[in-house]
Design a protein around this ligand. Structure first.
Ligand SMILES: [Zn+2]
Length: 138
């Protein structure tokens, strides 16, 4: 399964990640679920209401409003992204707990150092298992 991102969407995510460093940032991925592919059409940065270097929680009202707006333009919520300042883009214990509530969505994790993105990984929790997604940039 592929997670397809547009170049400018990826740039927006990287910018948000670096601007928020050393705190974690998070955001929403809007697009469409296809056959073996998740196409991201729009990236929406969210405030990390926890303001933490090791945890994130998106502003609930923004999430609600964004999903409503996406529906009107024929898109749906397909995933979320968050950053891992100073640590690798692995699924943390906290992530894996949260993934139980976000089954069937793409999870993009971006690892960052002070001034650069180190790595990006994408996962898909489904049916109680966590698979890895291939990231493709259009
Ligand atoms: Zn995480």
């Amino acid at each position: 399964m592929n997670l397809k991102l547009k170049r400018d969407g990826l740039k927006a995510i990287d910018g948000h990640v670096l601007k928020s460093f050393p705190r974690e940032c998070c955001g929403l991925l809007l697009g469409k679920f296809g056959e073996n592919v998740i196409e991201v059409e729009e990236v929406v940065g969210a405030d990390n209401v926890l303001g933490s270097p090791v945890a994130f929680e998106a502003d609930a009202e923004l999430v609600f409003k964004t999903i409503k707006r996406a529906e009107k333009s024929g898109l749906e919520l397909v995933g979320i992204y968050h950053s891992h300042p100073k640590i690798a883009a692995y699924v943390s214990a906290r992530d894996s707990e949260m993934m139980k509530l976000w089954q069937g969505f793409a999870w993009l994790i971006v690892s960052a150092a002070k001034e650069r993105v180190v790595e990006r990984k994408a996962y898909m929790p489904k049916d109680g298992e966590i698979g890895e997604l291939e990231i493709a940039v259009m």
